[in-house]
Write a protein that binds this ligand. Structure first.
Ligand SMILES: [Zn+2]
Length: 649
């Protein structure tokens, strides 16, 4: 049990931005921060953090809450355990009473498995460093391989004693249940015998993104060919090989800082890179890269360099699944090592600066690599060459970024001695097919006419004095477009007609000819006008999925704003929760404010023109502007009175 005072201290210390940015790269977007959601797969960020409110919200999957909720969700922890996680992270001492047996038993299975794994890691580490067997066998092996003590500590390496079930017995003595020892694979149990899975092996704990131990790899120290060199934890409730990357916890900060990630194959490769001062490195641990692993990397950086062994198997392994990587919008480079070297031996054979230099000169982009590799085998065979071209063009066509594609085409044309035009034609064929499919899908999903955005780039820079008001109007429209809150009585028939927020706002804007200088706003208003009577039109869905990224992003930002208390509403004494109920008051007020602001801006302009006319002794112009000025003043007074302000004349 954690006492209330401690909970408050933890929540105070754990700022939402700090907590979230441990896992997600956040970019500033107005008063909020935006990133790719860790809870669902997305390519366009809709995951929003509001530092002011201390909350996060994903507009893709709907998850949201404070920093404790974030950790609970991400790490699948209970409330108290999420608090403990945060306390550890922000160095806050927790005062809590010892857990009872019942409380221990209540913990869910996952958590129990993580706790057993954490115990095992500590046990193995202590055994490696403190016990005679661990030191003479395990530690001396690691030292022999040149692995420094700081790296041993950083990766929490260990050693499992070489007895039948020494570890299992120790764990049971400490009160850990056989059930979870078995489920984590630490203990192998059959009807009549029990033994440690990793007995006599050097241990590499596998951490998840948050730094908790979820699995182990064990390396044998015997030369017995019949014994597997590496043994790994089996798949379990907490460990899914295809969703894990070895070293991700130790790499994530530098992955963000360097905006790049090296992908190697094994545990020792990762360690050697760290020793050479390169920390943004992860290993897929023998499996070929999975889509989940790519997305895990993508949370921190879109740039991957695949480092591969200089043998044929290594090359083949690094080619597998590359299209999948490209498709995720990731930039792939490859770093070939000299024949006979693996990342481990290679990194250890040179100094940090030599390694950095080698990387700089030898890193090549993937298309070049693949082309060079395959060209040698097909040179004199036109059919094979055509197939190769098709293969590579297909790889290029999935790259989402235009510029990157262009660069690859140039490179490919040069290397394969094919005209660029031929390649472009091939790519267009593939893309046309893809975009047709996509369009059909979009239309089916939306079932509304999409107004094609016309957004000339030059216009975007125009300063917009009405930004605050327009954002608020759009936010209200997105949220309450179909809400019927206004009514009007037909004077002849005495019938009451209701109409929607969307209809009210759009006709008000139209009647006064108010048009935004912001092309995004114009696009959105235009599309809404077309759909004002369309009951199936879902503005939030429509604009968050809008093909123009500027519009969809603008929309996500707008939607996130509702979590920041609107000054306007709180000043009037109303809380954000009652917004929907107050629409009949709020919406007309908002429109009037917008009009008032327009009048004010216009007045300023006319004032300037009056001064100019006066200076030039142009009495005709002077009178004309003065009349306009007086009329506008009248309009302003009326609008102000409607808003309940007193005008200062
Ligand atoms: Zn999400």
């Amino acid at each position: 049990m954690i006492d209330q005072a401690t909970i408050e201290r933890i929540i105070d210390a754990a700022h939402i931005s700090d907590v979230v940015s441990e896992f997600v790269t956040l970019k500033k977007r107005g008063v909020n921060q935006l990133g790719l959601c860790p809870f669902h797969n997305e390519k366009t960020p809709s995951f929003t953090v509001s530092p002011a409110k201390g909350i996060f919200k994903c507009f893709g999957c709907g998850k949201g809450g404070n920093s404790v909720n974030f950790i609970m969700e991400l790490e699948q922890l209970s409330y108290p355990d999420a608090l403990r996680w945060l306390a550890k992270k922000f160095h806050i001492e927790i005062e809590e009473k010892e857990e009872s047996q019942e409380e221990k038993a209540l913990k869910d299975e996952r958590e129990s498995m993580m706790i057993v794994s954490a115990f095992a890691q500590k046990y193995f580490s202590r055994f490696l460093l403190k016990e005679n067997e661990g030191r003479t066998i395990g530690l001396s092996y690691l030292r022999e391989r040149g692995i420094r003590d700081d790296i041993i500590t950083k990766f929490e390496l260990g050693y499992c004693p070489d007895g039948k079930d020494t570890f299992t017995q120790a764990a049971q003595r400490e009160g850990y249940k056989m059930d979870f020892l078995e489920k984590t694979g630490l203990t192998i149990k059959r009807d009549d015998w029990v033994r440690d899975r990793f007995g006599g092996r050097v241990i590499f704990p596998v951490h998840n993104v948050a730094g908790r131990v979820i699995a182990f790899g064990g390396r044998t120290l015997t030369n017995d060919k019949k014994v597997a060199k590496y043994l790994n934890s089996p798949e379990s409730e907490i460990y899914h090989k295809g969703r894990t990357l070895y070293g991700i916890y130790q790499a994530k900060r530098q992955m963000t800082n360097q905006d790049k990630c090296y992908l190697v194959e094994g545990y020792t490769d990762v360690l050697s890179f760290h020793m050479a001062g390169i920390e943004n490195v992860v290993a897929s641990s023998g499996t070929s890269l999975t889509i989940d692993q790519i997305r895990l990397i993508r949370r921190f950086t879109p740039n991957i360099t695949i480092v591969y062994d200089g043998d044929d198997a290594g090359i083949k392994a690094s080619l597998r699944g590359i299209d999948m990587v490209l498709e995720e919008g990731i930039n792939v480079k490859v770093l070939p090592l000299p024949r006979g070297e693996d990342p481990d031996t290679f990194a250890r054979s040179m100094s940090a600066s030599q390694l950095a230099e080698y990387i700089k000169t030898n890193e090549t982009d993937f298309i070049k690599f693949k082309t060079q590799l395959l060209m040698g085998t097909v040179e004199n065979d036109p059919i094979s060459k055509a197939r190769l071209i098709n293969d590579i063009v297909r790889s290029i066509s999935v790259i989402p970024d235009n510029i990157t594609r262009t660069i690859y085409i140039k490179e490919c044309s040069r290397l394969m001695d094919v005209q660029e035009e031929v390649l472009y034609t091939e790519i267009r064929k593939i893309q046309n097919k893809q975009s047709e499919d996509q369009t059909r899908k979009d239309l089916q999903a939306l079932q509304v006419q999409a107004a094609k955005p016309v957004v000339p780039a030059a216009e975007k820079k125009t300063a917009n004095p009405f930004e605050t008001e327009e954002r608020e109007i759009l936010r209200i429209l997105l949220k309450y477009f179909h809400h019927e809150v206004f009514e009007i009585e037909d004077e002849a028939t005495k019938e009451i007609h209701t109409y929607t927020v969307g209809f009210y706002v759009l006709s008000e804007l139209q009647n006064d000819g108010l048009v935004s200088v912001n092309p995004i706003v114009r696009t959105m208003i235009g599309a809404m006008e077309q759909n004002v009577d369309n009951k199936d039109f879902d503005p939030i869905k429509f604009f968050t999925q809008y093909p123009d990224q500027e519009v969809s992003q603008y929309t996500s930002n707008l939607l996130a704003e509702k979590y920041i208390e609107s000054k306007r509403w709180s000043k009037s004494g109303a809380f954000i929760e009652t917004e929907a109920e107050l629409l009949y008051l709020l919406v007309p007020k908002l429109i009037q404010e917008y009009k008032l602001k327009n009048v004010k801006v216009l007045l300023k302009k006319i004032e300037h023109q009056i001064n100019e006319a006066n200076k030039n002794n142009d009495s005709e112009k002077f009178m004309e502007y003065m009349t306009q000025f007086q009329n506008l003043k009248k309009v302003m007074k009326e609008l102000s009175e409607q808003l309940g302000f007193r005008t200062i004349s």
